[in-house]
Design a protein around this ligand. Structure first.
Ligand SMILES: Nc1ncnc2c1ncn2[C@@H]1O[C@H](COP(=O)(O)OP(=O)(O)OP(=O)(O)O)[C@@H](O)[C@H]1O
Length: 612
């Protein structure tokens, strides 16, 4: 048997020199590279068979087998794939073929940070020399007449080629003789860990030291009709390390503008309700079933961090580094595509299965709201997904802005909302009176932070969203508006008297048309922050500017009529009555800064009426 010695191409020598001498902490990646080469070789063989080519050993099973030998300090990666002929071995394992490696060499000329660059470009087969003192490749091509070949190199100047034994099976076996300092890669537990991390979803079976490793299939790469519902559940349980079933899943693939397979799961419950704070996204990025990044930054918007799953794009280079991923435009594109598809998925559930959507909404609405507040891109779609109760729904029954708009009165210009702690409290609010009198629906917003959401959303379907406790409502006049119950002099007198009494406190005091049942309401001034925003700022320790609400008195209310007379008949009592009306209005609006004022006023009023 003859053995030929061949020198490496100059570039390969340069490359190997760097690979061997650079200190690179992610050395384990060489295993990933070799396993993906094996998988590619199997895929190529499968294609040959599909196209009817006569291959050597047609019955031989397509699989990858990996063994460790701690005594000999070796790691062997073998596949039954396409193999290489002698000429191919010379071409592929002695020159630099693939473009990533070429770019690597170009970049290296301009840089000193050698180790980092290996990670950035990946150097395929040659990366085995990071851990090997010698590599043996024994290969037999699929072509029936090709002779098996053995390639051996220490990664220095060249390699030797000789004939391999005649009984060599089809495929390629790569034996890595490890350097002493890299003997960890001959330890079964270490290699097993690396294989399950990066190569768990390779589509061909991987045997490791006799055990079949990748038993969970990469179902995301299959067509939807080939995956059973229970397989989705199992897959979710595997990747999310849970025994629960997912609340919902979305499986989709796209060819343009980017080739993409994605499988995303919504967990059964909100992971942020467990008291452990903010959850982290569990969506990993793959390229043709090989893990690229388990926690890719920017793959999904922050507000979708409750999802688990897989995104696989063959348009990604396998050896792209984390740093490159982060500012890669392909990631931004994938982000946009997936987010849109997921929003559509939710819309579909909302339409087809309201019960399920209600279940989802109860757990995850706050993420949708966060999406509205923190980004502008998907606001309209997110707005459609919001649900709330309203003056038109029964307690516990949810409705949407779309439904609200479909019920809007002809003369109604805006969508009206009211923010507060609970439906029960909002139902009794004096702010509703004017809207009820006009037959307008008012949405009840009862979640913490809803005011921010509405401010950020600001409109839906072209209709402005207005909080009914704000001053700028601009309601159309209705019958009965004109009945003031007070004549011109009484009205102006009362108004001026109150303005003097509460100088500087209110932006405006009016005798309005919107109150129907109570004597007065306080409205958020046109430049004022809402009570919720104020409370938030206070909680964050920020200074809150003084508010200047508007006060609207109801001239048809008997108490107000009485007050108009009282202010001349008994000014002291009138002041106490006014204090009671004004403070109650502020309290109901959530704008009473100091409730003890109201208590003191009540006490004095009672004493004046009953004791003195
Ligand atoms: N297990 C294998 N079976 C058959 N051919 C192989 C095998 N491993 C490597 N090769 C051949 O050697 C070539 C060079 O491999 P290398 O890992 O350097 O680059 P690559 O696989 O082309 O690129 P990348 O690793 O970026 O996908 C491959 O393109 C392939 O033709």
């Amino acid at each position: 048997m003859s053995t030929d010695t061949h020198p490496f191409q100059t570039e390969v020598r340069q490359l190997l020199d760097i690979v061997i001498h650079a200190f690179y902490s992610d050395r384990e990646l060489f295993i990933r590279e070799l396993v993906s080469n094996a998988s590619d070789a199997l895929e190529k063989l499968r294609l040959k068979q599909l196209t009817g080519a006569a291959v050597y050993e047609p019955e031989r099973e397509l699989r990858i087998s990996i063994t460790t030998d701690e005594e000999k300090n070796t790691l062997t990666i073998a596949d039954s794939g396409i193999g290489m002929t002698r000429d191919e071995v010379v071409e592929y394992l002695g020159t630099i073929a693939h473009s990533g490696t070429k770019k690597f060499l170009e970049a290296i000329k301009e840089s000193d940070g050698k180790g980092d660059l290996i990670g950035q470009f990946g150097v395929g087969f040659y990366s085995s020399f990071m851990a090997a003192k010698e590599v043996e490749v024994i290969t037999r091509s699929w072509e029936p007449d090709a002779a098996p070949v053995k390639w051996v190199s220490d990664g220095q100047d060249g390699y030797t080629l000789s004939e391999a034994p005649a009984d060599t099976k089809r495929g390629t076996e790569i034996i890595i003789h490890l350097k002493e300092e890299d003997k960890e890669f001959a330890q079964p537990y270490r290699v097993r860990h690396i294989l399950t991390r990066y190569s768990n979803f390779i589509s061909f079976p991987i045997d490791f030291d006799g055990e079949h490793l990748n038993t969970v299939q990469a179902i995301w790469a299959k067509s939807k009709s080939d995956v059973k519902p229970e397989e989705y559940d199992e897959f979710y349980q595997f990747i999310a390390h849970t025994e629960t079933k997912p609340l919902s899943y979305m499986h989709f693939s796209a060819d343009a503008p980017i080739a993409l397979n994605a499988l995303l799961f919504v967990p059964e419950t909100n992971p942020e309700n467990t008291g452990f704070g903010r959850c982290e996204s569990n969506v990993s990025l793959y390229c043709r079933r090989v893990l690229i990044d388990a926690k890719p930054e920017g793959l999904l918007p922050e507000w979708l961090r409750f999802l688990s799953g897989v995104v696989d794009s063959e348009d990604l280079p396998l050896n792209i580094s984390r740093e490159m991923l982060q500012d890669s435009s392909i990631i931004r594109k994938i982000n946009g595509i997936i987010t849109k598809r997921f929003l559509k998925h939710l819309e579909k559930i909302a339409k087809d299965d309201t019960e399920k959507y209600a279940e989802f909404y109860a757990q995850f609405s706050r993420f949708l709201k966060e999406g509205i507040v923190t980004t502008w891109e998907h606001k309209e779609a997110l707005g459609k997904l919001l649900r709330f109760e309203s003056t038109f729904t029964d307690a516990g029954q949810l409705t949407s802005f779309e439904e609200y708009v479909s019920r809007m009165k002809e003369d109604q210009k805006a969508i009206y909302v009211l923010n507060g702690p609970s439906r029960a409290q909002l139902e009794n609010s004096p702010y509703l009176d004017a809207l009820k009198a006009r037959g307008y629906e008012v949405a009840f917003l009862t979640d913490n932070g809803d005011q921010f959401v509405i401010d950020a959303l600001s409109s839906f379907d072209g209709k402005p969203i207005k909080a009914v406790d704000r001053a700028d409502l601009d309601l159309p006049e209705i019958e009965g508006d004109k009945e003031t119950g007070l004549d011109e002099t009484q009205s102006t007198g009362l108004q001026e008297w109150l303005e003097t009494l509460y100088k500087g406190k209110f932006e405006k005091i009016t005798l309005g048309k919107r109150v129907v049942s109570s004597p007065a309401i306080a409205l958020q001034g046109s430049d004022d922050m809402g009570p919720e925003v104020r409370a938030y700022m206070k909680a964050m320790g920020q200074e809150v500017p003084e508010s200047h609400p508007q006060l609207e008195l109801n001239p048809t209310n008997p108490l107000v009529k009485k007050l108009a007379d009282l202010r001349t008949d008994d000014p002291a009592l009138a002041e106490l009555v006014a204090g009671q009306i004004v403070n109650t209005a502020l309290l109901r609006a959530g704008m009473l800064e100091d409730p003890s004022q109201l208590a003191a006023n009540s006490q004095e009023l009672l004493e004046k009426l009953l004791v003195k």
